[in-house]
Ligand binder design. Structure first.
Ligand SMILES: C[S@@+](CC[C@H](N)C(=O)[O-])C[C@H]1O[C@@H](n2cnc3c(N)ncnc32)[C@H](O)[C@@H]1O
Length: 867
């Protein structure tokens, strides 16, 4: 009944899906026509072989410009040139090379998920297939390699391609490679991520038992990396001791973050939705003796913090060329104070001995060195800037600057003393290299409090208030030089490694932060810098006082908790949509989810950030956590026991306290999530402190209620979700069958197979004998032997199926099936003459037949990524 031919080509005929992945002659890579190659080379030349910009033809869009057709964006901005030439971020002789690269499109890069079951297969497919085929097809003469591993990233896991995203999308020659990237990215086996954006997590020294906070995490490519590190050495069926809390202020971007991190299938993640500068510390003020017997932690204490702050984003100009038009000095200046506040809050949450990485995708010293310098000053020796010159030695970076200037409305300022009085609400002492003016500001405010108006006099004499204070220094713009070891910061510039730009500083907390009293007046100035209204309610005003204090923040929140220490009634109600879900209100736009996360990663939202901050904070305070489903521990013994019994789950699998839901009504719980011990501890703490954490998503979806008619008549109301299966599989003793490679492949290929149609008739009989409901099919490494017991390890490949009345139906998304087929094919191809090729289907109608027997309704059908 099956066609006996190569299974790939039969896929094309049957499903019309996989041809773009594997159809050798039709999929690019191999056998491309000369015309296609020529077409590709022409467009390559347009994009990549642009000669150095001709200064006489400034407008690339002018019709006289031979390159005008390839870019819709003007990649010129005289203010940008003036600013960075003056700041000296590259040597004058480097300038042309720097801007030439900055004006060219960014090559695409990607990273293999180190925890993927197929990471070695993917790496070898890149090394042994794509490197060669792409080289043969699209690279000419002395051109650089088409793809190559990034030399500074461990274990050849990160790759640079010599194609822009546009080329990948448009060039047919690259179609097979592009399809590969898209599919593996969607599945979670690779992440398409800008090369420089992969750097900050490498310097965080994350260990599997670390508690990590990613303060500004959306869309989540670095969170994903952090999770990979935490999970890297985990054995099948176990979880690491550490966890990641990924936070973002923006609700929509939080949804992107949830979508991104879902691909990791982790039980060790909590996604929160807070202003990072006010991130709750969840400090339990009562004595340790009053901890619940089960409760293990009394505050959030973080081993590592990633502080990848909102920034003006000019390091992403190659990826987002519309920024050329928008660029101005105000964008960076306007974010400086918020960046300082976020970093200070992070440092106050960091353990003594812990590491923080501060990073931006901006080249601007006001958002970079000035922030680091201010933080070091405020921390007064309790935080050190770490010399990491010996870490990641193959990464080319430049030392941080020790001197820079501030440019405000085209006025160059070398020192705070030069700042006109009417600009002192926008330009702050902390922006300048000497920084001692932070203290000066405090002193001068105190003087003003005491009626000393030395400074004010000058301003009053000035007609427009646009005059600097009277100071002999003003006349000679003396350049300030920082005394701090800012050369330990790293600036990655585009022309060193053909990347985007990034700034990274590694900070270590060596002792508790000092308590600094900030006078009310100074506090108001700082608040205004990031757009706070003057009349804040209690939480705002309290929290805004917390600058660098370890405890003040907790004290402030404690007071808030006094008035707000119980979840509101409405918190306990279902979400506005009436749906139980694990994400906050809006779903990400489909558009946002397509392509790589990087497309939305660093698009600067800085214009709106400042404006929306106070509005969002208000929303956050009103009706606690409105729009977010509350979290409940799932303790319904009857349900848990029926699940345990149905699947024969070994007693050693830790259930107690590890199951959570977003719905208090046990009878209507649709999904049960599994959380690691670390997440469980944080949740327990969060309950004890009055739910300070606004949790948008957490844990791993483990069980889902059977909704269909047939499903609800099955003995167990819950099936195991695809995400949860790898974790619980080693503990399952019932409802698990081994299939031969050929039957396993048919299941993936046809999704539904009648019991009588299995090649291995005994397997078909065993499946038929199962009671109705969910079951697990494990791929045998070779021919299935009846007596063989089921051993589960990291290499075990298993899928969930529904045992219906007449057939076995795969409960895996079409995309997962396609990807698994692809992986298995590559693997078996590599092993030469695999059993996957045996006993091919003999009748294409088989698919239609078996599909018509698919007797579970849509809700029971394979899970979509957003289900
Ligand atoms: C540079 S992006 C972060 C990129 C992310 N780390 C990644 O690798 O995918 C900065 C993020 O900060 C968020 N953000 C802006 N203001 C914030 C604030 N006050 N608190 C927390 N997050 C904020 C933005 O929504 C944005 O997602």
């Amino acid at each position: 009944m099956y066609i006996n031919e190569g299974w790939l080509t039969s896929n094309i005929g049957v499903q019309g899906q996989t041809e773009t992945v594997r159809g050798v002659s039709s999929m690019g890579g191999r056998g491309k026509s000369r015309t296609q190659r020529k077409h590709f080379r022409q467009s390559r030349e347009n994009v990549w072989k642009r000669s150095k910009p001709d200064p006489s033809s400034q407008d690339p869009e002018s019709t006289d410009n031979p390159n005008s057709s390839w870019t819709p964006f003007a990649t010129q901005n005289s203010a940008f040139d003036e600013y960075y030439i003056e700041q000296g971020i590259v040597q004058p002789e480097d300038w042309d090379a720097f801007v030439a690269v900055l004006r060219s499109p960014l090559p695409a890069s990607f990273r293999i998920n180190a925890c993927s079951q197929f990471s070695a297969d993917l790496r070898s497919q890149l090394e042994n297939d794509f490197v060669q085929t792409l080289q043969a097809e699209v690279v000419e003469g002395d051109d650089p390699e088409a793809i190559r591993p990034l030399p500074w990233y461990p274990e050849n896991l990160a790759w640079h391609s010599n194609f822009s995203r546009m080329q990948l999308r448009k060039n047919q020659t690259l179609e097979r490679f592009h399809e590969f990237l898209k599919l593996e990215n969607e599945i979670g086996n690779i992440t398409r991520q800008e090369a420089v954006s992969m750097v900050p997590p490498l310097f965080l020294n994350v260990q599997p038992d670390h508690f990590v906070l990613d303060m500004c995490a959306a869309p989540g490519s670095k969170t994903f990396q952090l999770l990979e590190i935490i999970h890297q050495s985990t054995k099948a069926g176990s979880l690491p001791d550490g966890m990641v809390i990924a936070n973002d202020l923006d609700v929509q971007r939080c949804n992107l973050l949830i979508h991104q991190t879902k691909r990791m299938c982790t039980a060790n993640l909590i996604v929160t939705n807070h202003e990072a500068q006010n991130f709750p510390g969840c400090r339990l003020v009562r004595n340790h003796e009053s901890l619940e017997p089960e409760q293990h932690i009394s505050q959030l204490s973080l081993d590592c913090i990633l502080c990848d702050v909102p920034c003006s984003g000019d390091g992403t100009l190659r990826k987002a060329p519309d920024l050329w038009r928008k660029w101005n000095t105000g964008r960076g200046n306007g974010l400086h104070s918020l960046q300082v506040l976020i970093t200070m809050r992070g440092l106050s949450l960091l353990k003594v001995g812990g590491r923080m990485v501060y990073s931006t995708c901006s080249m601007n010293p006001i958002e970079n060195e000035a922030v680091v310098a201010e933080v070091l000053r405020r921390c007064g020796g309790s935080v050190e800037l770490v010399d990491v010159s010996n870490e990641c030695p193959k990464l080319l970076r430049r030392p941080g600057l020790k001197r820079w200037k501030v440019c405000d409305r085209s006025l160059w300022l070398s020192s705070y003393k030069d700042v006109p009085m009417n600009r002192r609400s926008a330009v702050f002492p902390s922006m300048f290299p000497s920084g001692k003016n932070y203290q000066d500001l405090v002193d001068s405010n105190q003087k003003m409090d005491m009626g000393d108006d030395t400074d004010k006099g000058v301003c009053e004499n000035s007609e427009d208030g646009n005059q600097a204070t009277e100071n002999p220094m003003t006349d000679k713009l003396t350049e300030e030089v920082s005394e701090l070891p800012l050369e330990r910061c790293m600036r990655i510039v585009p022309h060193d490694q053909n990347t985007g730009a990034f700034f990274i500083a590694v900070l270590q907390k060596v002792s508790p932060l000092p308590a600094i009293h900030i006078p009310e007046k100074t506090k108001n100035v700082i608040d205004k810098q990031h757009g706070e209204p003057e009349n804040q309610d209690l939480e705002d005003s309290k929290v805004s006082q917390v600058d660098s204090l370890e405890n003040t923040h907790e004290e402030a929140l404690k007071e808030v908790n006094v008035i707000d220490n119980k979840p509101d009634k409405e918190d306990l109600e279902a979400s506005p949509s009436g749906e139980e879900g694990n994400v906050i209100d809006n779903k990400p736009d489909k558009e946002d989810l397509e392509g790589d996360a990087e497309e939305v990663q660093n698009l600067p939202k800085t214009d709106s950030i400042v404006k929306t901050t106070s509005r969002k904070r208000k929303l956050q305070i009103q009706g606690k956590w409105r729009g977010v489903d509350p979290v409940f521990f799932f303790k319904d013994e009857d349900t848990i026991n029926s699940i345990k019994d149905f699947y024969g789950i070994d007693e050693s699998f830790p259930f107690n306290g590890h199951l959570v839901t977003r719905n208090q009504d046990v009878g209507h719980v649709k999904r049960i999530y599994y959380v690691s011990k670390s997440v469980k501890d944080v949740l327990e703490l969060n309950f004890s402190v009055g739910q300070q954490l606004k949790i948008a998503s957490l844990g791993l979806k483990m069980f889902e209620r059977q909704a269909s008619r047939e499903g609800s008549s099955a003995p167990c109301a819950f099936r195991i979700s695809s995400e949860g299966l790898p974790l619980i599989l080693p503990y399952i003793t019932k409802r698990i069958l081994r299939a031969s490679p050929v039957d396993f492949k048919h299941l993936l290929q046809y999704k539904t197979i009648k019991f009588a149609d299995f090649v291995d008739a005994e397997f078909g009989k065993m499946a038929e004998n199962l009671t109705l409901g969910y079951c697990i099919i494990v791929l045998c490494k070779g021919k299935r032997e009846a007596s063989e017991s089921i051993q589960v390890d990291e290499s075990t490949i298993a899928i969930g199926c529904w045992k219906g009345r007449g057939s076995l139906n795969v409960m895996v998304t079409a995309m997962d099936c396609r990807e698994l087929l692809e992986r298995l094919l590559v693997r078996f191809d590599a092993e030469n003459g695999s059993s996957m090729h045996e006993n091919m289907p003999s009748n294409t109608n088989a698919v239609d037949e078996v599909q018509s027997t698919h007797d579970i309704d849509d809700s029971e059908a394979p899970e979509g990524p957003n289900s």
